[in-house]
Design a protein around this ligand. Structure first.
Ligand code: XMP
Length: 513
């Protein structure tokens, strides 16, 4: 992206998950940060003109045959550097200090004692708890460095060379188990780098608005709106930038959650006054799904029809040159393009045909999900949209096992609405990853009023997760289960039993389909 006014801190990724956490801590201190691969050269870094560079932790030993190396020229750029764990050892090793296998590896909470004044630990208690995870230790700091703290296993737990602007810590200030870690980051950012804490949700919007305006000029732009968080925030942001030049296309396949279609329409048309084409295509989708029970076949039918409808409507927006996409930063990092500017690439999005080539606008490509939500709130999107749980593109069709008929769809939509409503009332909606109803393809006997019923059960699924790769079933309070069960039974015709799914992922998946 164009670097924000306050400047950028680059986090050199020397080991998977640590770099992401560091980037987040820096951003939480209101300084923009980006993760860059460890292959980055000193020259490439210099060209980016960062205000600081952080070398992350990593799994390797500096003496391992396959040790991660960095371009040592990075340490001579005159840009403030902060090495963390493995990054700290890389600094020591490269500048003539000693890194040794002391035999006293440290893992977990460790007591650290301050032994001298310094920028990083300024104002912190002389003794503090820090989180360690390392085998090798820096036993002698390079010349010119002051050792500012040590632990039993790490004689050089923190060191700095203020005049060279190089700092290192053996522990992990980025994890919650180092309680004063955020202050250590702030000291590096505000004192060592002189970075103003100016990267806020407000400044993100200002920067994005300016970038979108200059990218688009006076061209027309379209945006596919799904009602989910990402596309909604992207649409609101682009609308803030270019107003009427944006047209949102909301292909409503009729497989949405209760009230969702109305809410998207109400939010964007009434509240934001956005040009919105709401295509109500439930009949078309149900017709295409008639008699189809195989989940993969359902997905394929829905995906293809979705594109066809989108394409038909998009063609009516004359002269649209740009398409808005809600790509997030983790997608960018995962696709290995951390430093590459992809914004201008011509893309054939989601299987759109070759003769419909758009330039992409990706206003969220520098943000993590929680930052997207903060921007959404700042833009005035309602909490129901900003904090909405993830929902699969093919919608309720993958939560209806077997045939998707209008009758079964309405049964599930009503029952699912009650599940969500009760979870919300219990104040659990935001801490639960996903909570929803599933309609299986079986029926069983029940008794209601004076009569026998032969109706569907509702399966309630609620899971806790970080990233949907793994999940555990949520321990819902019995009272919540009870109110879901009694309301579903009383209010939804066609259901005579409620069951709770107590499977984790793996071996199950989150969705039933
Ligand atoms: P599973 O069922 O594989 O789901 O454990 C993992 C996560 O992915 C979501 N999901 C989808 N999201 N389009 C989406 O945008 C889809 O087709 C789709 N299918 C599953 C699911 O809700 C869960 O969060």
């Amino acid at each position: 992206m164009t670097d924000p006014k306050g400047g950028t801190v680059l986090v050199v990724d020397l080991g998977a998950q640590y770099a992401q956490l560091i980037a987040r801590r820096v951003r939480e201190a209101h300084v923009y940060s980006e993760i860059v691969p460890r292959s980055i050269t000193a020259e490439e870094i210099r060209d980016r003109v960062p205000i600081g560079v952080i070398l992350s932790g990593g799994p390797a030993s500096v003496y391992a045959d396959d040790a991660y190396e960095i371009d040592e020229g990075i340490l001579e750029l005159g840009v403030p550097i902060f090495g963390i764990c493995y990054g700290h050892q890389v600094i020591a090793h490269s500048l003539g200090g000693t890194v040794a296998r002391t035999g006293t590896a440290e893992y977990g909470r460790t007591d650290m004692v301050g032994i001298g004044p310094g920028v990083l630990l300024e104002g912190l208690p002389e003794r503090q708890s820090v989180w360690m995870s390392h085998g090798d230790s820096v036993t002698a700091a390079p010349e010119g460095f002051t050792v500012t703290a040590s632990t039993e296993g790490s004689p050089v737990a923190a060191m700095e060379n203020r005049s060279a602007g190089i700092y290192g810590v053996q522990f992990h200030p980025e994890v919650a188990h180092t309680p004063r870690g955020d202050e250590i980051f702030k000291h590096f950012l505000y004192e060592a780098c002189g970075a103003p804490p100016s990267w806020t949700r407000h400044s993100i919007i200002e920067d994005s608005v300016a970038a979108v305006r200059s990218q688009v000029g006076d061209s027309q732009v379209i945006c596919g709106l799904s009602g989910g968080v990402d596309s909604s925030v992207a649409a609101a942001l682009v609308h803030e930038a270019i107003g009427d030049q944006l047209t949102c296309i909301f292909v409503d396949h009729g497989l949405l959650r209760a009230g969702e279609g109305v809410q998207v329409e109400e939010t964007f048309r009434s509240h934001f006054d956005i040009n919105l084409i709401h295509v109500k295509a439930q009949d078309r989708f149900l017709e295409a799904l008639a008699g189809v029970a195989d989940p993969e076949a359902k997905r394929k039918i829905i995906g293809e029809l979705f594109i066809r409808v989108f394409e038909e409507v998009a063609a009516e927006v004359s002269g649209a040159k740009f398409l808005v996409q809600g790509t997030l930063y983790p997608d960018v990092i995962e696709s290995g393009t951390g430093t590459a500017a992809k914004i201008k690439t011509h893309h054939n999005v989601g299987g759109l045909p070759d003769d419909m080539v758009f330039d992409l606008i990706e206003p969220l490509r520098d943000l993590f999900k929680d930052e997207v939500r903060a921007v959404g709130e700042e833009l005035g999107l309602p909490a129901e949209i900003v904090w909405r749980q993830p929902f699969p593109g093919p919608g309720l069709a993958v939560r209806i096992i077997g045939d998707v008929t209008l009758e079964r769809l309405e049964i599930l939509r009503a029952a699912d609405g009650i599940v969500v409503d009760e979870i919300r009332k219990a104040g659990l909606y935001e801490e639960i990853w996903q909570s929803f109803g599933v309609l299986p393809a079986i029926r069983s006997v029940g008794v209601q009023g004076d009569g026998r019923t032969y109706a569907y059960p509702l399966i309630v699924r609620a899971v806790m997760s970080e990233d949907a790769m793994t999940a555990d079933w949520a321990r819902l309070p019995y009272e919540v289960m009870e109110s879901i069960s009694s309301r579903v039974m009383n209010e939804v015709q066609g259901i005579n039993r409620v069951a709770y799914d107590i499977s984790s992922k793996p071996p199950s998946t989150i969705e039933w389909e």
